[in-house]
Design a protein around this ligand. Sequence first.
Ligand SMILES: NC(=O)C1=CN([C@@H]2O[C@H](COP(=O)(O)OP(=O)(O)OC[C@H]3O[C@@H](n4cnc5c(N)ncnc54)[C@H](O)[C@@H]3O)[C@@H](O)[C@H]2O)[C@@H](O)CC1
Ligand SMILES: Nc1ncnc2c1ncn2[C@@H]1O[C@H](COP(=O)(O)OP(=O)(O)O)[C@@H](O)[C@H]1O
Ligand SMILES: [K+]
Length: 546
Amino acid sequence: MISAWSAADVRAAEEPLLAEGVPLMERASFALATQVVRDVAARRGTVRGARVVLLVGAGNNGGDALHAGAVLARRGLGVTAVLVDERAHPGGLTALRRAGGRVVELFAAPGRVGAVAGDVARSDVVLDGLVGLGARGPLRGLAADLVAALVGALETAQAPALDEAAPRATRRAWVVAVDVPSGIGVDDGAVAGPVLAADRTVTFGAAKPGLLLPPAAGLAGEVAVVDIGLHLDDPPAVRRLEPDDVARSWPVPGAADHKYTRGVVGVVAGTATYPGAAVLTTTGAVCAGAGMVRYRGSVEVGRVVVGARPEVVTVPGRVQAWVVGPGVPGGPEAEDEGQDDGQHERGRAGLVAASGGLGGLAGGPVPAVVDAGGLGLLDDDSPPWFVVTPHAGELTALLRSRGEDVRRADVEAEPLRWARRAHDLTGATVLLKGGVTVVAGPGVAYAQSDGPGWLATAGAGDVLAGLLGAMLAARADEVVRHPERAAEVAAAAALVHGRAAHRANPGGPVAALDVAHAVPAEVARLLSSRRPRGTCPPTRRPEEPA
Ligand SMILES: NC(=O)C1=CN([C@@H]2O[C@H](COP(=O)(O)OP(=O)(O)OC[C@H]3O[C@@H](n4cnc5c(N)ncnc54)[C@H](O)[C@@H]3O)[C@@H](O)[C@H]2O)[C@@H](O)CC1
Ligand SMILES: Nc1ncnc2c1ncn2[C@@H]1O[C@H](COP(=O)(O)OP(=O)(O)O)[C@@H](O)[C@H]1O
Ligand SMILES: [K+]
């Protein structure tokens, strides 16, 4: 798991160490220089003669860059520091000069910003140390002008300069962000001004939320977290599951299991107009290893589903997680005009059962996935073991229906903020789909970035809904008892879904059904890395057949 803490938490963790005189900046800058040497050596063969430019702001972030530059200069790289502020870190400047580095005082000649940016773009490596945890809002002043000019100068070049295989004319500098890409919202991932996109971010002490959250996450490149000895005791602000986390918690059936202990998924999806959604959702659930999938819909669509997936049953009965809404038209008018094929009524019944509204009759509350047309069926208050799975457009509509004056662009600019708001307004756990999938539940947030852009294809969300339904059904009791785990299961589903999309056709376009078909092999691969049985017992469910 990658855990990210806010700037304030990281600073609080630094304080006692700084008071004891622990040399945090030396640790940070040495690790930064080591990573740069590794990157240069891996791509260029030798580090000697490589040209490095440091972009240096007024604070300790610039200090990190200057000290790292001193280490690099001593290793034989040619290092130039470009200062955008006369207050550059004095210790760092002295160290760089002593090591033979050059200094360009851009602050004294701001008119040269265009020419300097052109030079910087032609270097081998750029270390962006303009601003880090101390950033207040988007970049401004000379730092903003330099980055804007540099972004333009880098635009035409294709491959990083360190990629010796690429023709020289197409190479551009390899960009390393110091702690964070300068100017991103460190705590919220906002990108409200110019930001130099990094190939690599070397971040100190712990990851920061802005490195995991869109839109800034897309500008951080590969993130390397450097341990500088901080102790962070508070829960992280944002987490990202990695394959090992999902493998560890995946419920592997044992000898005593049967289909009902594995979890039955009830699916209310699709109509005569959108029968494909019913097939994709049920296939997602079947391929994720549901003990059983019950399809609830019209006889006509049920036949299509069973024709595609003979494993699916269409008779009512006990369900351990509901999936409501994929391929179901939203809004009361769809129901009034009969376009919903009765799915609104079936969906409402599923959600009532899932919230425990039928008491002992239905065996108590169970998790639910509420997607697409199901979102309009939610009551004012939902339990947190309901996971709503909107994309940005659907989340905007959901928020607006609850009185928020918000537009899709606002949701895309601050996805975690709005996912949290939707969680607060509805009570449900919120999985907001997108290139980075953001999950907000009670006291927890996840940001998953596992799938290729090819996954943005019609029906992929239906597969995710079915897959998530199966995962929730397998851990139904646990999720209802500990609703914060619904968010973890949702993040795990996004990981499996994204990785299955890579597996379905590595490097090329994927069809939604192929993503579902790739899930079993992807789960097997995840589980193959798991420690031997006995060290981490699978989650077991006590229920007997209904
Ligand atoms: N406290 C420490 O000893 C350590 C700090 N570290 C580094 O120090 C950084 C934090 O240093 P600081 O607190 O000095 O802050 P920064 O260096 O991140 O930034 C502060 C400076 O940037 C300017 N600034 C702020 N917002 C700006 C904006 N929007 N546009 C342009 N300029 C802006 C401010 O005028 C201020 O002078 C971390 O990100 C990390 O790189 C590391 O060396 C680890 C140890
Ligand atoms: N740029 C992207 N990169 C990776 N995955 C994406 C991207 N955009 C969307 N996705 C994923 O693709 C799926 C699309 O789902 P959705 O929008 O609900 O489509 P549909 O409703 O047609 O099934 C979601 O899982 C989402 O997270
Ligand atoms: K930076």
